[in-house]
Structure formats: structure tokens, C-alpha cells
Design a protein around this ligand. Structure first.
Ligand code: TMP
Ligand code: ASP
Length: 239
């Protein structure tokens, strides 16, 4: 039994609570959904349960493949016990197929393959709208050392090599995804979540979006898509 302590932080999709050890925190996954830097808000019923269980499965998979993560154990439908990290304020995006902001920014055709995969950094700063940044901006802003920048890229690409075939077996194309890393006792580890909120998945049979793009673009069947991801990733229904 882990005792849930005080609320430490509330974000857009999760709350963080103290655990009974100073090196640990409890992540609570909400159904709240936002897009476009919280200009669009809504609820995706059952999303918190899906994201908690999908993240658990993917963190376990990545750990087995040699990518260290903050995951310790899943405590309940909506709660996960994790290591308490200091988050590196860089969102690391890996892209295998052109979509989203990449298509828009550079005028590339959505759906085109990107080979080798592209790694991008975004400055995690809501007030600035999470801008795209280069390695030189990372140095200017002192967000990470050059050695950490190298590790962020290596770990993100390693995660991509593990996740891509896992989703392919489940008839899903891993189009792109966002990772956040944290420092735990001087070591860089994967943190936050990996879920339909933070990845793009396209159904290999139909090409349909199975992720938060359904909410962002008002495509309908949002809850159904999240449940389908849970079913394919964990082989279970929510509950
Ligand atoms: P983008 O194409 O909008 O830049 O998104 C790239 C990936 O990052 C996509 O899988 C969705 C994910 N993402 C987040 O997890 N959080 C965000 O705030 C944004 C904008 C994207
Ligand atoms: N993180 C974005 C927001 O701030 C949502 C998204 O597009 O994923 O609302």
C-alpha cells in the first residue's frame, strides 16, 4: 500500500501527489483534454484510465529494451507510482511520417515517410507556446548540456526502434510521438507518459487517426479511439 500525500502539482492532463517516500510521486491521470496550448478544452471520458494503462505497458516495454523510465508500478486505474525526477524542460519529438506541425511549418506532404526518423526539440514553456528550438537554443537557454542533448536524441531514437515494431504488430503506424525526460539521482530517465495524448497512431488498415488528433480536429469517435488503443496495446477493456 502506498499512501497518497499532498497535491504537488496540477497540469493539464495529470495531477502529481506526494508518495510515502521523498524520491517517489504518484501520477494521477485525468480525463481533461486540451489542445493548441489550452485554447481548446474538453473531456475525453475514460482517457485517464487508458493513458495510465497504456503508459504502464509502454514503460515496461522500454525498460526491458534498455531505456530507463520513471515507472515503478501502477497503483490503480488512474494512478501510477513513479520516481520523482527534475524534468528537463525540453519536449523531444520523434517523427517517422510527416504530420501535424511539421507538415504545416515546412509545407511537407502529410503521410510521407521520414527516413531516417527526425528528432526535434521544443522548449517546454506554456507562456511561449512550446516553440521549436535547435541545439544552439538549448545551449543559449542552458536547458541541458551537450552530453545530455546527445543522450536525449539517442534515447528517443532507441525508444522509437522499440515502439515502432510493437505498434506494427498491433496494426498501428507510429507516426510521431513526444517524450519528456527527467533527472533522477544524476541519471537521465524517461518520464511523463506515453499515450494517445502524446503520440500519433494511424490504423494500418484504414489510415484513420487513433489518438488525440480526433479531439484536436473534431473528427468524432474520440473515446472509441482511446478504447481501441487500450484494447490493442493491453488486450483489455477499460475498467
Ligand atoms: P506536432 O505535430 O503538433 O508538433 O506534434 C508532434 C507530436 O507531439 C504528436 O505525436 C503529438 C505530440 N504533442 C504532445 O504530446 N504535446 C503537445 O503539446 C503537442 C503540440 C504535441
Ligand atoms: N499540450 C497541448 C496543450 O497545451 C495539447 C496538444 O496539442 O497536445 O493544450
Amino acid at each position: 500500500m502506498v499512501t497518497k500525500g499532498e497535491l504537488i502539482y496540477e497540469g493539464k492532463a495529470k495531477k502529481l501527489f506526494a508518495a510515502d517516500h521523498p524520491d517517489r510521486v504518484i501520477q494521477y491521470f485525468k480525463d481533461d483534454a486540451t489542445a493548441f496550448n489550452a485554447q481548446k478544452r474538453g473531456t475525453i471520458v475514460g482517457k485517464g484510465v487508458v493513458n495510465n494503462k497504456v503508459s504502464e505497458r509502454l514503460f515496461r516495454l522500454l525498460e526491458e529494451g534498455g531505456v530507463p523510465t520513471h515507472f515503478i508500478e501502477r497503483l490503480s486505474d488512474r494512478e501510477m507510482l513513479t520516481k520523482r525526477v527534475v524534468i528537463v524542460p525540453i519536449e523531444v519529438v520523434v517523427r517517422n511520417i510527416v504530420a501535424g506541425s511539421l507538415a504545416k511549418r515546412l509545407g511537407l506532404k502529410e503521410g510521407d515517410t521520414i527516413d531516417p526518423p527526425l528528432v526535434e526539440f521544443y522548449y517546454k514553456n506554456d507562456a511561449l507556446g512550446d516553440p521549436l528550438i535547435t541545439d544552439d537554443h538549448v545551449r543559449l537557454l542552458k536547458l541541458a548540456t551537450p552530453a545530455v542533448v546527445r543522450d536525449l536524441k539517442d534515447l528517443a531514437l532507441k525508444a522509437n526502434r522499440i515502439l515502432t515494431p510493437f505498434f506494427k504488430e498491433r496494426k498501428m503506424l507510429l507516426v510521431d510521438f513526444k517524450l519528456e525526460f527527467g533527472v533522477y539521482h544524476n541519471k537521465l530517465i524517461l518520464a511523463d507518459e506515453i499515450s494517445p495524448d502524446t503520440c500519433r497512431f494511424w490504423d494500418m488498415a484504414t489510415g484513420e487517426s487513433m489518438d488525440k488528433d480526433r479531439f484536436r480536429k473534431d473528427l468524432g469517435k474520440v473515446e472509441e479511439a482511446y478504447q481501441e488503443v487500450l484494447r490493442r496495446v493491453c488486450g483489455t477493456e477499460a475498467g
